[in-house]
Design a protein around this ligand. Sequence first.
Ligand SMILES: CC(C)(COP(=O)(O)OP(=O)(O)OC[C@H]1O[C@@H](n2cnc3c(N)ncnc32)[C@H](O)[C@@H]1OP(=O)(O)O)[C@@H](O)C(=O)NCCC(=O)NCCS
Length: 152
Amino acid sequence: MYIHNKILSIKQINEKDIDLCYELDSTTISLWSKKQWANEFKKEGTKIFGLLSKNLVIGICVFQSVLDEAQINYFVINQKFRKNGFGSYFMSYLIKKCEKLNMKKLLLEVSQSNVTADRFYSRFDFSTVGIRKNYYKDGSHALLKEKKLTTK
Ligand SMILES: CC(C)(COP(=O)(O)OP(=O)(O)OC[C@H]1O[C@@H](n2cnc3c(N)ncnc32)[C@H](O)[C@@H]1OP(=O)(O)O)[C@@H](O)C(=O)NCCC(=O)NCCS
């Protein structure tokens, strides 16, 4: 798959490449410490995927599945590459993956103040199913989003 002359691949990232995750996180949303990233790699049912162009990390997603429900615990596109369709390509891949695995729904959380991400998820038919008040450090609320999936 090519977008803007970049050959893209999506690969599972192993714990030995934890630095790739930590570096992208540090330069974007700074959600987790290196120790927290290490914990993600050990979590039951969790897989970490990278959207790559050769050695360049364009995006990272932390994906967790429990029975027939999947959850996205982290989803970020490198700042330099936003608004080029990379996020949409990565999300479409994850949705197709869930459908192939016969998942019934896909869940995620997003800050109410993150208008860009909220609009992005709405385009993929995620709807708000709950609110966690004052969930983030800055006091903003978390919106719990859900997308119902069609099983294949
Ligand atoms: C939300 C996020 C993942 C979107 O990634 P992205 O690569 O910019 O996504 P896309 O390029 O596919 O789409 C983003 C917008 O760019 C637009 N776009 C895509 N290609 C475009 C192009 N060539 N020219 C102009 N606009 C374009 C899309 O229409 C879309 O607009 P909309 O969402 O307003 O409808 C990214 O902004 C991000 O990493 N944000 C920070 C982390 C975050 O908030 N994560 C979610 C909570 S954990």
